[in-house]
Design a binder for this molecule. Structure first.
Ligand code: AGP
Length: 615
């Protein structure tokens, strides 16, 4: 997963591409590069490191003239992050240059063929194979660039979003997409190319989202031509008006996107239920569910597929669906599900959860489920993403862009959507009493205010972070609805502070992890006054008698845990099924502050990328 940017028009391409790459760094940030054509020369600069490292190198190395160019920010798949493996990649002739997001699976056999034909390679990347394959086709078949790209792509197994430039045809960029996102911004006599629309938001509001299997020929002063890669047939371009604004993709007064996104949660949750939750009328409106209500109501079982934080949201919903709608639920890692031979019945339904809507494993799991003939419902944040398009129906979370690599508002808004669905089904199935149903709706409506209140503990959490920032291990414990929150809290800490952390169901502790506990081990225990509160208090006593340090996440006004714990962080009271929306807030803030104190890169943690579009 990488970010690609391109420009062709009447302005200097360099600042547009560099600023665009900075916006796409959430997609990968281990190396970056740019190719600019200045009217005579094709100037390529690339470097290991971030886009700011690229900027420094460019200032020393090349002229930044030119009104056409392509750029790339990388998350390494084939070949370590270094200058040579960074994109753009040249063809052997030195005329063609490419940037690529995706993976070419049959690159080894293609490479052997090309070596036999006299080609040589400087990098370890699959992308360099592709650009030489395009060159080879172009020469062998004596065809123009777009035809050579089309023929070459038909020999490729894998995924790609590419932009290709030919020095001998400097008024044209050819782009293509299969499995990785690609958007074209349409300006006044200028075109922008990017993995998502954020790089060109300040320049135009009009964009074409290329579909899988499509390529576009973008020519200066001409209309865009879109063709099917398979058979070269023409496709009518569909220009959409973007619904994003600049403020949504900028940090504003916050130090990091992650912090901004944590604090956006009251608003984001409200946006998730806006227009859907009609508390006074006792109605939940969700077109994707309403249109397929029979399928939901007849479901033998719901299979939830997702990865990472989205998988944790799925786990929370398992409790909600089973408790209030009485539908059995299985929550599966998409990466495991896709390679199993899962038992799926015609009456089962699959719910796929993904913030980005681009996660390769989730996409593959959806395709497997569809091939078994079941209904697949998607819950995504990114509008028009691959998963949103691949599923039969779905609901957006409407959380707004999430740029910090560590998911925060995605988690709480996914739980909100899942809760709305569960409540809707429970009402239709009459598995919830009327009064309980109405109580749930009014409590859900109060959640944004309660999240705001939970956020007020920020400076107290900072103090606790300071005390524990230097430990090497953390344990997170929770029960029932809050067991997945413990997993999510541990994931947040690992991701951004690189401290080892594990989440466990509190009662499982005595089956192993208890051996880890000593006076140096901090244990975050979600101990709200709901469900099995007494049991969790006993777990806390067990930890204390082994000298572990307790950070309790407790219900406002709690006195029992307060006496036992070393520190407590209060969250407002609500009904049990909604507690994860509140208990997760202090855990996000705790990881954030620890990572800031350890001077870690909050929004771009090492080795990670926002959307994992490779296996
Ligand atoms: C969470 O903080 C992660 N960075 C990661 O686990 C993420 O949730 C996972 O890769 C799934 O992404 P998706 O929701 O975009 O599919």
């Amino acid at each position: 997963m990488c970010g690609i940017v391109g420009y062709i028009g009447h302005r200097d391409a360099y600042p547009i591409i560099i600023e665009g790459l900075k916006r796409l760094e959430y997609r990968g940030y281990d190396s970056a590069g740019i190719a600019l054509y200045d009217g005579t020369n094709l100037n390529v600069t690339k470097t290991k490191g971030k886009v700011t490292d690229l900027e420094c190198r460019i200032e020393k190395e090349i002229t930044t003239n030119g009104t056409v160019g392509i750029g790339h920010t990388r998350w390494a798949t084939h070949g370590i992050p270094n200058d040579v493996n960074a994109h753009p990649h040249y063809s052997n002739s030195g005329n063609l240059v490419i940037v690529h997001n995706g993976i070419i699976e049959n690159y080894e056999s293609l490479k052997k063929e090309l070596i036999k034909r006299g080609y040589s390679f400087t990098s370890d990347t699959d992308t360099e194979i592709l650009i030489n394959l395009i060159q080879d086709v172009k020469q062998k078949e004596n065809v123009m660039l777009r035809k050579a790209v089309q023929i070459a792509l038909n020999q490729i197994v894998g995924t790609y979003a590419i932009a290709v430039f030919d020095k001998n045809k400097p008024n044209e960029i050819v782009v293509a997409k299969l499995g990785s996102p690609l958007t074209i911004g349409i300006g006044e006599d200028e075109f922008f190319i990017a993995s998502d629309a954020t790089p060109f938001l300040e320049h135009t509001n009009n964009a074409i989202y290329l579909e899988d299997g499509e390529m576009a020929i973008i020519r200066r002063h001409k209309n865009i031509k879109i063709r099917k890669i398979k058979d070269d047939s023409l496709v009518n371009p569909y220009v959409q008006e973007l619904q994003l604004n600049l403020e949504q993709i900028e940090k504003g007064d916050y130090d990091h996107f992650m912090l901004k996104e944590i604090f956006e949660q009251p608003h984001a949750i409200k946006d998730t239920f806006r227009g859907r939750l009609k508390t006074e009328k006792g109605i939940i409106k969700m077109a994707g569910v309403d249109d397929n209500l029979e399928k939901f109501l007849n479901a033998n079982k719901i299979i939830i597929i997702a990865c990472g934080t989205s998988w944790h949201a799925g786990l929370v919903s398992e409790y909600i669906f089973e408790n209030i709608a009485r539908i059995p639920v299985e929550v599966e890692y998409a990466s495991e599900f896709r390679y199993r031979n899962p038992v799926i019945n015609q009456n089962d339904i699959v719910i796929a959860i993904s913030q980005s809507g681009e996660t390769a494993d989730t996409l593959a799991a959806i395709k497997l489920a569809k091939s078994r003939g079941v209904f697949v419902f998607g819950i995504c944040n990114v509008v028009g993403s691959s998963i949103a398009r691949e599923t039969h129906a779905g609901a957006y979370t409407h959380a707004g862009p999430e740029i910090g690599v560590a998911s925060t508002k995605a988690f709480t808004t996914q739980i909100t959507v899942l809760t709305l669905i569960a409540l809707k089904l429970a009402k239709a199935k009459r598995t919830i009493s009327n009064s309980d149903y109405h109580h749930h709706l009014s409590e859900l409506e109060l959640i944004p205010k309660k999240v705001e209140k939970a956020l007020l503990s920020d400076s107290h959490i900072k103090t606790i972070a300071h005390i524990y920032k230097d430990v090497r291990n953390f344990l997170y414990l929770g029960r029932g609805y809050n067991f997945p929150v413990a997993l999510e809290g541990a994931l947040k800490l690992k991701e951004i502070s690189y401290i080892h952390a594990e989440g466990y169901p509190a009662a499982e502790m005595k089956h192993g992890p208890i051996a880890l506990i000593d006076e140096n081990m901090p244990i975050v225990v979600i101990a709200i006054k709901k469900g099995h509160y007494d049991k969790i208090v006993s777990n806390i006593r067990e930890i204390k008698s082994r000298k572990g340090k307790i950070i309790g996440i407790v219900t406002e006004g709690d006195t029992i845990v307060k006496e036992l714990a070393d520190y407590v962080i209060e969250v407002p009271d609500t009904i049990e099924s909604l507690t994860p929306l509140l208990t997760t807030i202090p855990l996000q803030l705790l990881s954030y502050h620890i990572a800031v104190m350890l001077d870690k890169n909050i929004d771009q943690p090492r080795n990670l990328a926002k959307s994992v579009t490779v296996e």
